[in-house]
Each structure stands twice: as C-alpha cells, then as structure tokens.
Ligand binder design. Sequence first.
Ligand SMILES: [Zn+2]
Ligand SMILES: [Zn+2]
Length: 240
Amino acid sequence: MPAAGAAVAGVAVAGVPVACVELLPVMTVLEYGADMAPRLREQPDRSQRGFGPDLLEALAACVELINTGRPGAADGIRTVADVQSFGRRYAFHGRAAGAGDIARLRAHRDGLAAVVAACDRADEDAAIAMLNALLRKTGAVPQIVAHDGRGPHIHVSRPATPLADRMAAHFAMALAEMVVMGESGRLRSCASPSCQAVFVDLSRNRSRRFCDSRTCGNRLHVAAYRARRSAAGQGSARSA
Ligand SMILES: [Zn+2]
Ligand SMILES: [Zn+2]
C-alpha cells in the first residue's frame, strides 16, 4: 500500500479518495512511533533493564567459570564431578561430563577469560575475533528448545556435544550478545591489585570497580585509609 506510506510520512497525496485514507492503518504506525520515543530517549541511560533473565544467568555462570581458574586460587575445575556439578547448577542437560571435559573446559575457560580481558581494555575487534573462533570451536548450532517448565529459549549446542563445549558455547553466546548490544564495557576485571576476578557491571551508570565491594572494595579502602594515616603521621613527625 504505497498510499499508506505517503500518508504516514505526511506527504500530501493528490487524488487519493477520502474513503481510502480513512482505511489506512495510520494510527497503528503513529502509536508505534509514540511508544518508541520514550525508550529511545532512555537509551543513553544504559541500565541493565534490557537484559533478559537467560542472558543474566549465562553471564553469571560465565563469570563464575572464569573465576574458578584465576591465578593464586585453587582451580575449581579439577575433576569430572567439578564439571558435572557446574553444569548441573546451571541446568545443562544432555551428555554427561567425561574425563575429556576437564582439560576441554579449562581451555575454553582461558578463551572466555581472554574475551573478557579484551572487553575490559575496550578491544572489541579482538573480542569479536575470539568469540567467533570460540563459537566455531565449540560447534555452536542455535536451536529453540523448551524444557524443565521453561518456555521456548535458545540453546546453541546439541545435547550430544561434550558438556564443556556446550557450556563454553552458551557463555560465548552471552558475551557475544553483550558485544552486539554495545554493552561489552560492562565486562570487567576487579580493580583491586590483589584480586584477579572478573565480573559483570550491572550498575545503572557502569561505575562498579570491584568484584565484591564488601571484600575487594573494602580491603582497598582500608589500605588507602592506613596509607593516608601513616603519611599524615610521618608528616607530623617531621614537622615536630
Ligand atoms: Zn535450556
Ligand atoms: Zn575482587
């Protein structure tokens, strides 16, 4: 209906019968436009409201997996049971974990950590290249499924694919969504020099710096306070 487009765009159309104009779905289009406007205005706010529960869960799991292998802490993926229980916690069904999944998952974990590190330093090109490689390597095949009372949602792997690959593909897809949405800047490393953990900053103004403000953030504040006090103490000692 070319006349509809012309009428909506506000272009005067000579010779269009009045009855025809009345039948045009102009209101639908205007309502759509009116509805969209507030959301467009809100966009710079960049709050996490647009993130669905599936994405939030996948990001939480991804960060948790990466943090099982941070230097300085005991590796959280050492046995087949570790892989299996991680998978079970995040409702990965299908083929059970096998011995091969341990090394496989650790390697994928390194890959996911490298992607987050690239996002953290705002190197989006590197993050994209690594994500595409990870999705290829894990044999990602998107499909719609429904199970465990959950409505239709997307799985990126077949049930027969090794558990380590299914988990890594799922997490890579979550990171890919963040990149595509322009939200990769929310993937960060903890600002505490004594902490290697990564986290997803879901704060409204993207201001979070620590993986956990009660531990890392607080530890750093206490250290800074002690440093200021000791500097002040030295200053007064010199002046005395
Ligand atoms: Zn599912
Ligand atoms: Zn931390």
